[in-house]
Design a protein around this ligand. Structure first.
Ligand code: PGA
Length: 249
């Protein structure tokens, strides 16, 4: 059985007090949830240790990490630092990091490795831009992102990794992928994992969908056999909406 996960990526939103209120509200609703999905929230770095004190059922995630374990890297936050704040999951390779910070697949591979060394579970993001979809390159792009980003991991390492397919054209746009588009890519990713690793690993890996997922469309996305949950941006900033997505599972 694969783990079902619904993770909230708060991005650069909420001041500390608001973030603490949001975390408290999510924790309260989590206790009443109808779904068996694991609920993760990924607040900004500055909120992590405070939020960690407020949650017990909800799991803590971070939005990024350094590829380095420590040292003279001004402004960076290491996987070990995240771990010391109670972080369990770390989003790596979000499209906003790839485009605004020019993070490439090789660098992301180093971040994945570094986070695994600390015992964190990477949520590794992949996904094509609209032009790549329209020109039919979407599968080549995702293949490259996964084979470079995750290739060469040991069976123990890959078993800690969660994948998030986030078509860039669907992120924050309201243009959600259709259930068929999501299923097709998730199936492709699972086949690719079987090729890069083995069938057992492919079947056990959790693959999340992300991009304009809302309470109104989550149910039909999660009904797909290869969609194992969601990575939620905008709708994770309201506890009721976020937990309605969880309960749509
Ligand atoms: P969105 O963002 O739900 O606001 O589209 C998803 C994400 O970027 O993880």
């Amino acid at each position: 059985m694969r783990k079902k996960i619904v993770a909230g990526n708060w991005k650069m939103n909420t001041l500390l007090k608001e973030g603490m209120e949001l975390a408290r509200a999510v924790e309260k609703l989590e206790k009443e949830k109808k779904s068996d999905a694991i609920v993760v929230i990924a607040p900004p770095f500055t909120h992590l240790s405070k939020v960690n004190e407020l949650i017990s059922s909800v799991r803590l995630g971070a939005q990024d990490c350094s590829m380095h374990p420590s040292g003279a890297y001004t402004g960076e936050v290491s996987p070990g630092m995240l771990k010391s704040c109670g972080v369990e999951y770390v989003i790596i390779g979000h499209s906003e990091r790839r485009s605004y910070h020019r993070e490439n697949n090789r660098l992301l591979h180093e971040k994945v490795k570094g986070s695994l060394v600390e015992g964190l579970k990477p949520i590794y993001c992949c996904g094509e831009v609209l032009e790549e979809r329209e020109s039919g390159k979407l599968y080549d792009v995702v293949r490259e992102q996964l084979s470079v980003g995750l290739g060469g991991l040991s069976p123990e390492e890959i078993s800690q990794v969660v994948i998030a397919y986030e078509p860039v054209w669907a992120i924050g746009t309201g243009a959600v992928a259709t259930p068929d588009q999501a299923q097709e890519m998730h199936k492709f990713i699972r086949e690719l994992l079987a090729e890069l690793f083995d069938r057992g690993i492919a079947e056990r890996t959790t693959i999340l969908y992300g991009g304009s997922c809302k309470p109104s469309n989550a149910g039909e996305l999660f009904a797909n056999p290869d969609v194992d949950g969601g990575l939620i941006g905008g709708a994770s900033l309201k506890a009721e909406d976020f937990m309605a997505i969880v309960n749509a599972y």
